[in-house]
Design a protein around this ligand. Sequence first.
Ligand SMILES: Cc1ncc(COP(=O)(O)O)c(C=O)c1O
Length: 436
Amino acid sequence: MEETETFEGYASKTPKSKALHERAKKVLPAGVSYSIRYFEPYPFYTAKAKGSKLYDVDGNEYIDFWLGHTALILGHSPSAVIKAVKKQIEKGTHYGTAHELEIALAEQVAKMIPTAEMIRFTNSGTEANMYAVRLARAYTGRNKIAKFESGWHGGYDALHVAVKPPYDMPESAGLTPGALQDTLILPFNNLEGVKEKLEGIEKKTAAIIIEPVLGVGGAIPAEKEFLKGIREFCDENGILLIVDEVITGFRLAPGGVQQYFGVKPDITVLGKILGGGFPIGAFCGPAEIMEKVDHLRYQRPQFSFHGGTFTANPITMTAGLTTLKILEDGRLINRLNRLGDKIREELKEIFEASGVGVQVTGTGSLFDVHFTKEEVKEPGATFRADRKKLAEYHLRLIENGVFFLPTHNGALSTAHTKTDIQKLFSETEKFAKSLK
Ligand SMILES: Cc1ncc(COP(=O)(O)O)c(C=O)c1O
């Protein structure tokens, strides 16, 4: 397909976005505030969002399967959250002091996630992972941390490594060898490979950090046996297991991976859904570990610092609390998980019927498509698949009112209707048939 032809349909529907992108490029590098939000030929610019839909400045409507980086499990601006936030806004947007809402949300998290006896809030998942790594080092007195190939934990220097192949190429300029020298890279879903990589340095390793379902890596779930093996390996060697549940937390199960996969983290990192549509991150765990953050118990140099101007912002706390109370009994989450099963099955059938080789990955309400005949159990396979075709599939969907951030996985919200899902199937079918 000619490049101009590829973009023609999209361009004809989005002239105002094109103009905004020209304007944006002068003040925002690449015209966006996060590189992944850019896609070819230019991103559409959103004017408003409600329920399962995004509306752009040209008046186009999109069924949203990206959901604010998967954060919006109740869809855009759910009425219960908006009502609570409106009430809170009148009482103050930011206190910068201790307040009751932060206690209430911490209690709610502790109630839902069994190992989360104590919690600290941050403003992003990146920050939460940074503080979790620091805490693990403080608690164990060790320096090394191990992460997995294609694990994405945000832009913190020590974790911003080996996200996309080639894994030995720096992910960003400006990362010093010093920042990365204590980070080890492990193969995903490969217990023997993990043991091999850490042989001889087990006792220098503070933590293994894992995404239980790789996000950027292609919505690949960790195998239960693999997670169990990692847990045992950590226990045998005094290593802390940090589970980064920024995507999976309150999405796969009300109690997180410990409920969904049956593995207990030492430190759980949360974000996205926890904020109810507002910026957040958090790290939590048993009191014995979390108390290292307590400056009343520990003084320098034993104390592990955490803080920040907007931590536990009352608007975020309100939105998060309202959201978790809605999700607490697991009914909605389970319904979305069942819908996820159906979507994975149906997408696979649609492509198979057209003779297109795809692998559909994911679990619960997360799903992804890979144009490859190779089984996708580790992230290398995600990146060996035809990514150009994936971007083309997503752009065709966007053109026809179905939004996935090109080459990224999809997620479900309780706002998605049967008609929305049907539209995903019918547009996918059109695309699959066009490949014949
Ligand atoms: C698993 C995981 N961890 C951490 C992060 C970083 O979170 P944030 O973008 O809020 O800094 C993300 C963001 O996508 C994520 O998916």
